[in-house]
Design a protein around this ligand. Structure first.
Ligand SMILES: [Zn+2]
Length: 65
């Protein structure tokens, strides 16, 4: 069973990574850790994701239509 990318939940993650090759960028693991910390602090999913830098605000605008 192959893991799915933790960011897009769509593409398979690359070897030894939680991310697919499309989502991956240097420092994403640090941003993701910050994102999870913000979630535990009570931030909404979108606020934690955007403010941590893990995801761009434009990603949510596209899916909000
Ligand atoms: Zn991905």
């Amino acid at each position: 069973m192959s893991d799915t990318c933790k960011r897009c939940n769509d593409l398979p993650a690359r070897n030894n990574s939680r991310w697919c090759s499309v989502c991956y960028y240097p420092g994403i693991d640090d941003d993701y850790q910050l994102f999870k910390d913000m979630l535990s602090d009570g931030y909404r999913y979108i606020d934690a994701a955007v403010q941590s830098g893990w995801r761009g605000a434009e990603e949510f605008m596209e899916t909000d239509q």
